[in-house]
Design a protein around this ligand. Structure first.
Ligand SMILES: [Zn+2]
Length: 843
C-alpha cells in the first residue's frame, strides 16, 4: 500500500510545499536573518545531528519552551511543536481581537516563539471551541477521526524519532479536555503512523513512519505536590538536565525559553529567564524503553552515517567545526563547498533535502551574501502590476556570480551572461512591468477561507493541512555560483519602508481583493420596530474604482436606499455609506451582508488588519456581515450605572436595547450618586481586578436597601480583592457549566426575575454560545433564592448557584455566573430578556 519516502513531485504546488517545510521560520516572518559568526557556527553544529523530536499539546502556550529549546539548541535535534488548536477560545490581553482573529494572533505568536527557541510549528484542523471538562466531550465536538488523521499525517511528514506529550493521557477529567485529548491522540497516532492500513493517503504521500519512543513531560504538579513526587517510583522516568549555558549566545537555556514564552503576549505570558541547573522529567510511555536513562535518542543513529553516503560529508563538516574561523567565516567556505558537492550527489532522501538546504544556508551566511526581493507596495490585487526589485551582494572575497533570476510570479530582464558579484558591490534589478501574475489567490489565513464547524476548521487544500500558514507563493530564485559551485537561493517577496521612529520596517507582501466592506457593529439588536442607521465602510484595494453597494437582508427586513453608487480614488481609501434598516414586528434573527459590485465582479469580504510589534502584520479576510436580531424585550428603568471589571461589552449591549449606561469609577460609588440610577451592574471579574471595591460593601448594601438593584457578574474564586462583598455571605467556587446546550431547570418558576416584564421559558435558553456560566457560588446565605439549576453531562449533581437573588431592604441584590458577557454581544435573545428582567426587578 505504501511506498518508501519520495520527494514530492516538482510541480509548482509540491515545490512550494517543500519550500514551506524546509525554509527556516524566520524567513517566512518579516525581517531577513542576518546571522553572525557564532550563530553560523551553531547552525553548523546542528547540521551534524540527525535526530528529530516532536512536542505535542493542545493550545498555543501549552508547550514547555524549556524542553523545546533544550532539544533544539542543546541536543540540536530538529524540533517541532504540534499544537492541536490555534487558541481561538482564549482571552486577549493586548487588543480587541477574539475568536478567529485571536487564533490568527496566537498562530503568529507560536511562530515568533519558535523563531526564538529554534523549533518549528505545526497544527491540526481542531478548533479551540472553549473550555471543555472532559476528553469525551472534546473528541465529540472535534471530529476525532479527522484530528487523529492530522496528527498521523504530521508524524509521517515530520518523521520524529521521539514524541513528547505535555499532558497525561491516563487522567481524563483532571484538566482541560483539550489537554487530555492531545495526549490521547498522540498515543494513538504513535502506533498508527507506521500502520499501512491507517489513513492511507498520508502513508502514500509521505511514507510510513514509526517513532522510536513516546514520553510524557511530567512534573511534580501532575503528582499533586513536590513531596508526593519525591516519593514516587521513578523507574519509568528520565531526568534531563536542561539548564545549560550557551556561551555563543550569552544565554542559558532557561533564558532562551523565557524569551520564547514571552512571545505569548496576548496571553500575558511575559516570563523572566532563569540561570542554573534545571531538571525536566520525562516518563516513558511507549516504544523502545531506553536502557541508558541519559539519552532520549538511544538506539537512534543521530550521526551523518544515518544517511546513505553521509559519513564522508560528515568528516568534512567535522573538520570545519573543529577549525571554524570566526574572524573570517568566508574562509570556511571552500571546505563547506566540498561537503556540498558530495552531499548533492547522494541519492534523494528525507535527510538529504533537509541537510542540503541547511548547508546551503550556512555557505551563503559564511559568504556574507545578502539576497532580497522587495515589492514597491505592501498590497496588490489580482489585476495590478507591482514592481519587484532585487538586491544581491557578496561581502566576501569568494568568486561569486549571479547567473540568473527565476520566478513563477514575475519576470526579470534576461541575463545574457553571468554577473560577477564583486566584493561588497551591490547589484540591483527590477522586474519587467506587466509580467506580475498573482497565482489567483488572496493572501489570508487559509483555515478561515471556508466556514467550519464548532470543533473543526474546513480546509479544502489538503496540502496546507498542518502548516502554520499557507506556503509563500511570491518567491524569487537567485541562481548563483560560489567558486564555480552552482546553487539556488529562494527569497520571499517582501515589502519594506522606513518609519521615522522605528527605522526599517518589513511587512508581508499580500494580494487582496479590489474591494472589501465592513460593518463595525457585529451584532445589532432591535428591541422595538424603530429603524436603525447602519453604516457600511467600503475599502478600495486599488486606485480609481467605482461600483454599487447594497445589503443582503434576512426575510422581513428592509433597507433604504436599496443601493448606493460609490467611487474611490486611492488604494487603501475608505468611505462610509449609511443604510436605514427596519426590522419586522416579530422576533427575527439573521445576517445582513454588504454586497459590492464593480465591473461585473462581486465582492463580499471584509479585510481585518492586525498590527502588533511582536508578530508580522496580518491581513485577514472574513465574510463581511453583521448579525441583526429583532428581540421583543420589555423593560423597566432606564439609567444604569456600570463598574468596569476585566473588560466586557455589556454596556454597549444594554445601550443597544435602549438603556443609558454610565460607567462609574469606584470612588464615584456614593449613595447620593447611585440614587440617580435604576440599577448598578458590576462588570466581569470586578472583584478580582478593582482593589478599591474591598471598601465599597457598605455603600453597595445601602444602595440596595434604599430600593436599588445590584447585579454582580462572575468573579473567579481565587484572587478576590475581598471575600466579603455581598450583603449576605456567598462562597464562590470553580463550578461551571461548559455545555451551552445543558438543559436548564427553573427552580423558582414563580419568581419575578422569570416572569416580569418578560416571561422566561425553556426557549430563552436556546441558542446560547460557548457555555452557560462559570465560577458559580457553591454555598450561600439563606437570604438568597436560587433561581436556576443546570449541569454538564458528566456532572453528578445540578449546579444551583448560577443565578442567586436576595431581597435586601427595599431593593434586590443579584449574583450571577451566567455568561451574559458572552451571550449579549452574540445577540442571544433569551439572555437579553433575562437580563432585562434582572434590571427591572422591583420596579
Ligand atoms: Zn492549554
Amino acid at each position: 500500500m505504501s511506498k518508501p519516502y519520495q520527494l514530492p513531485p516538482m510541480r509548482l504546488k509540491g515545490f512550494l510545499l517543500l519550500i514551506a517545510i524546509l525554509l527556516p521560520l524566520a524567513s517566512s516572518a518579516q525581517k531577513p536573518e542576518k546571522p553572525n559568526s557564532s550563530e553560523i557556527y551553531e547552525d553548523l553544529r546542528k547540521l551534524s545531528f540527525f535526530g528529530t523530536a516532536l512536542y505535542v499539546a493542545a493550545h498555543p502556550d501549552d508547550e514547555n519552551t524549556r524542553l523545546i529549546s533544550y532539544l533544539a539548541n542543546d541536543v540540536k535535534a530538529r524540533t517541532a511543536y504540534l499544537s492541536m488548536t490555534r487558541g481561538d477560545g482564549g482571552q486577549n490581553l493586548i487588543g480587541p481581537e477574539i475568536r478567529e482573529l485571536l487564533g490568527v494572533i496566537r498562530t503568529q505568536e507560536l511562530l515568533a516563539a519558535r523563531a526564538t527557541d529554534g523549533g518549528s510549528q505545526y497544527f491540526t484542523r481542531a478548533n479551540d471551541f472553549g473550555y471543555s471538562k472532559h476528553p469525551d466531550e472534546t473528541l465529540a465536538i472535534w471530529n476525532k477521526n479527522e484530528v487523529l488523521k492530522d496528527v498521523v499525517m504530521n508524524i509521517r511528514r515530520f518523521k520524529p524519532d521521539i514524541i513528547v506529550n505535555r499532558f497525561n493521557h491516563r487522567t481524563p477529567g483532571s484538566t482541560h479536555g483539550h489537554h487530555t485529548s492531545s495526549a490521547m491522540l498522540s498515543v494513538e497516532a504513535f502506533d498508527l503512523a507506521g500502520d499501512p492500513t491507517a489513513f492511507p493517503e498520508s502513508a502514500e504521500k509521505y511514507g510510513l513512519w514509526q517513532p522510536k519512543r513516546l514520553f510524557f513531560n511530567t512534573s511534580w504538579w501532575f503528582y499533586g505536590s513536590q513531596e508526593k513526587f519525591d516519593e514516587a517510583d521513578k523507574t519509568n522516568l528520565m531526568a534531563v538536565e536542561t539548564g545549560n549555558y550557551f556561551p555563543t549566545r550569552g544565554l542559558s537555556n532557561g533564558e532562551i525559553a523565557a524569551l520564547s514564552r514571552s512571545m505569548h503576549k496576548s496571553q500575558g505570558f511575559g516570563s523572566t529567564g532563569s540561570r542554573g541547573s534545571q531538571t525536566e522529567w520525562l516518563e516513558f510511555i511507549k516504544g523502545d524503553f531506553p536502557k541508558n536513562k541519559e539519552d532520549l535518542f538511544e538506539g537512534v543513529n543521530t550521526s551523518w552515517s544515518r544517511m546513505e553516503g553521509g559519513a564522508a560529508v560528515g568528516a568534512i563538516v567535522d573538520q570545519v567545526i573543529a577549525n571554524f574561523n570566526f574572524q573570517d567565516p568566508a574562509a570556511n567556505v571552500p571546505k563547506l563547498l566540498e561537503a556540498y558537492k558530495l552531499l548533492e550527489k547522494l541519492p534523494a532522501s528525507h535527510w538529504k533535502s533537509i541537510k542540503l538546504e541547511a548547508l546551503k544556508k550556512i555557505i551563503l551566511d559564511c559568504s556574507g551574501i545578502f539576497l532580497e526581493a522587495v515589492a514597491d507596495q505592501q498590497e496588490t490585487t489580482l489585476k495590478s502590476d507591482p514592481n519587484i526589485r532585487i538586491e544581491a551582494i557578496n561581502r566576501s572575497n569568494l568568486n561569486v556570480k549571479l547567473n540568473g533570476l527565476t520566478s513563477a510570479v514575475v519576470k526579470f530582464p534576461d541575463m545574457f551572461a553571468a554577473v560577477p558579484l564583486a566584493t561588497n558591490q551591490s547589484y540591483t534589478a527590477s522586474s519587467v512591468s506587466g509580467t506580475f501574475s498573482p497565482l489567483a489567490e488572496y493572501t489570508a489565513p487559509y483555515w478561515l477561507k471556508e466556514p467550519g464547524t464548532l470543533g473543526m476548521y474546513k480546509v479544502s487544500r489538503e496540502d496546507y493541512i498542518g502548516l502554520p500558514r499557507a506556503p509563500q507563493r511570491f518567491l524569487v530564485q537567485f541562481n548563483i555560483s560560489i567558486n564555480g559551485v552552482n546553487m539556488s537561493a529562494l527569497r520571499n517577496v517582501v515589502y519594506k519602508f522606513n518609519d521615522p521612529v522605528d527605522g526599517e520596517v518589513y511587512r508581508p507582501f499580500d494580494v487582496l481583493p479590489e474591494l472589501t466592506s465592513a460593518i463595525a457593529e457585529k451584532v445589532i439588536i432591535f428591541a422595538n420596530t424603530n429603524p436603525k442607521v447602519i453604516p457600511v465602510e467600503v475599502r478600495a484595494g486599488k486606485a480609481n474604482i467605482s461600483g454599487e453597494l447594497s445589503l443582503e437582508l434576512p426575510e422581513g427586513w428592509t433597507a433604504s436606499p436599496s443601493s448606493i453608487d460609490f467611487k474611490l480614488d486611492n488604494q487603501g481609501e475608505k468611505q462610509r455609506f449609511n443604510f436605514t434598516v427596519t426590522p419586522p414586528a416579530n422576533q427575527s434573527e439573521g445576517y445582513i451582508r454588504p454586497l459590492l459590485t464593480s465591473g461585473g465582479q462581486k465582492y463580499t469580504q471584509e479585510l481585518i488588519q492586525i498590527d502588533y510589534p511582536h508578530i508580522p502584520f496580518q491581513d485577514v479576510l472574513m465574510p463581511s456581515e453583521a448579525k441583526v436580531a429583532r428581540i421583543p424585550i420589555a423593560k423597566r428603568g432606564e439609567h444604569i450605572a456600570y463598574v468596569k471589571g476585566a473588560g466586557d461589552a455589556i454596556p454597549e449591549s444594554l445601550e443597544q436595547i435602549g438603556y443609558h449606561v454610565v460607567t462609574l469609577a469606584p470612588k464615584e460609588l456614593s449613595l447620593a450618586n447611585l440614587a440617580n440610577y435604576d440599577a448598578l451592574v458590576f462588570g466581569v471579574r470586578a472583584y478580582n481586578t478593582v482593589e478599591e471595591l474591598q471598601f465599597k460593601k457598605q455603600v453597595v448594601a445601602d444602595y440596595v436597601a434604599s430600593g436599588g438593584n445590584v447585579i454582580v457578574q462572575y468573579n473567579t474564586s481565587r484572587g478576590l480583592v475581598t471575600n466579603d462583598f455581598a450583603p449576605y455571605p456567598i462562597t464562590l467556587s470553580r463550578e461551571r457549566v461548559t455545555d451551552e446546550y445543558a438543559p436548564v431547570t427553573l427552580l423558582a418558576p414563580q419568581h419575578p426575575v422569570l416572569n416580569s416584564p418578560n416571561k422566561i421559558t425553556a426557549s430563552d435558553f436556546e441558542g446560547w454560545v460557548q457555555e452557560r456560566g462559570l465560577y458559580f457560588p457553591s454555598s450561600w446565605d439563606n437570604q438568597y433564592e436560587a433561581i436556576l439549576a443546570m449541569k454538564d453531562k458528566q456532572a453528578k449533581e445540578d449546579s444551583k448557584g448560577s443565578l442567586l437573588v436576595a431581597k435586601h431592604g427595599k431593593g434586590h441584590y443579584i449574583y450571577t455566573g451566567l455568561s451574559f458577557f458572552r451571550e449579549l454581544p452574540a445577540g442571544v435573545p433569551g439572555a437579553y430578556r433575562l437580563f432585562a428582567n434582572l434590571l427591572s426587578i422591583g420596579k
